[in-house]
Ligand binder design. Structure first.
Ligand SMILES: [Zn+2]
Ligand SMILES: [Zn+2]
Length: 430
């Protein structure tokens, strides 16, 4: 096995390797631009495929596909020469945020499992016929390997690259035979391809983790681009089924149809030259409610929890880009006794103080009211205002003290890499 891994790239220069990696992307060159340097391969796109989207979704969050700016510093990237990891990381217990692979048409592929760590997005009806849907940044992404791309690629080229740099082939080998002896991540080695992953029809569907080295930060592969929507995240629309999606003008205007209780409604939307987006919500009788969203200036900092936020559904939001984990950014203010470490007690105490002041005598804080309250001057107080919806774990529109503490300690545990119950040393370095 090891010999196959090394053999595949032995003696290749970065330029030679890049030209091989670029081949499948070239089949989609109208929507994807690639480049490389000595270390990495970069993929720029607007994140939208040239096939139909959204149709077939039966569990819809009311998000739609909007073009994204995955270019320049906000491009996708993976190593040209993948390096087998000493301790390969599973996507069963990690990487529930952001992408784990990039399809060769420039559309990101997220973990098939949602951030609750168990829901299979495919089995839950959240995906369209092509294995994708829109996240809460109105960013289209797949959760399954896009085998439709094989119409252009054939079987001999990969449909995607995992973010560790290893390619993902379809259900078959390039010669049409069935892949043999796949490991737990759906990968194996061959003399001609080295280590590579395959698509499968059941979990893990694609790379179920990373055979190669990746950097994990804030629960996702880092770095990776950030998706942005001009509007706040929307809520699930129970019982709705998406029945049609039309691209009226590529990159500019779209029409989505859905049925609910036997009646058809539409969401027509148009992207204006200034980046604002006009939505026409057409009800079954033809009545139109129009809204134009212009977006807010991007917040600086803020921590790796995404912005706005639906609860429950989907991943924890658009990839937040290369930022420091919230606990690293806010360590100084959290270290109340100034001993250079952040303890669970310090965090819990801040939670209690912030909750008490916001709640002002009641047991539950109403999510919608929190942003307008006078900011409680501690670190958790700042976090609560910006991430109110994420704190509402049971989705009842209210936040309890227990939900606040639970959310903050769950983030704490993720940052507490050695599990000793305090954040110190390397755990507090960006
Ligand atoms: Zn998703
Ligand atoms: Zn194979």
């Amino acid at each position: 096995m090891a010999s196959g891994v090394a053999g595949a790239y032995y003696g290749q220069s970065a330029t030679e390797r890049a030209s091989i990696v670029a081949k499948p992307f070239e089949k989609f060159s109208s929507g994807v631009k690639t480049r490389s340097d000595e270390k990495n391969f970069y993929v720029a796109s607007n994140g939208l495929p040239d096939h139909e989207m959204m149709t077939g979704i039966t569990a819809w969050q009311q998000q739609v596909p909007l073009p994204q700016k995955y270019s320049g510093n906000n491009s996708w990237q993976f190593p040209l020469f993948p390096v087998p990891a000493k301790e390969p990381m599973s996507a069963k217990t990690n990487f529930f945020r952001g992408a784990i692979a990039i399809a060769v048409n420039g559309v990101p592929i997220f973990n098939p499992i949602k951030n609750d760590g168990r829901t299979d997005t495919f089995l839950a009806g959240e995906l369209d016929k092509w294995g994708g849907h829109s996240g809460r940044g109105d960013d289209y992404h797949y959760h399954l390997p896009p085998l439709i791309l094989q119409e252009k690629l054939g079987k001999s080229l990969p449909v995607a690259y995992a973010l560790d740099g290893y390619p993902i082939y379809g259900l078959e080998e390039p010669d049409g035979s069935s892949p043999k002896d796949l490991d737990v991540f759906n990968g194996h080695s061959s003399a001609s391809l080295g280590y590579h992953y395959h698509a499968t029809k059941t979990y893990p569907y694609l790379n179920g983790g990373f055979h190669g080295e990746v950097t994990e930060r804030g629960g996702q592969v880092d770095p990776q681009p950030r998706a942005v929507s001009p509007r706040e995240a929307t809520a699930p629309l129970r019982g709705a089924k998406i029945t049609g999606f039309k691209t009226l003008e590529v990159g500019k205007s779209y029409s989505l149809s859905y049925s609910l209780d036997g009646q058809t409604s539409k969401v027509n939307y148009q992207i204006n030259p200034d980046g604002s987006v006009k939505f026409d919500f057409v009800d079954p009788s033809g009545g139109v409610n129009s809204e134009t969203y212009r977006g807010k200036p991007e917040r600086a900092g803020g921590g790796g929890q995404g912005q706005g936020g639906q609860r429950g559904g989907g991943e924890l939001g658009p990839p937040p880009g290369p930022r420091k984990p919230w606990y690293v950014d806010h360590a100084k203010g959290l270290d109340t006794n100034k001993d250079g470490e952040v303890s669970k007690q310090e965090v819990t105490d801040q939670c209690k103080t912030a909750f008490k002041e916001y709640a002002a005598g009641v047991d539950l804080i109403i999510v919608a009211e929190l942003p307008d309250k006078r900011t409680v001057r501690n670190e958790v107080g700042g976090f609560m205002k910006v991430h109110a919806k994420e704190l509402d774990q049971n989705g009842d529109g209210k936040i309890s003290e227990a939900e606040t503490i639970e959310t903050m300690l769950r983030m704490f545990d993720k940052q507490d890499k050695n599990g000793d119950g305090k954040l110190s040393g390397a755990e507090l370095e960006g």
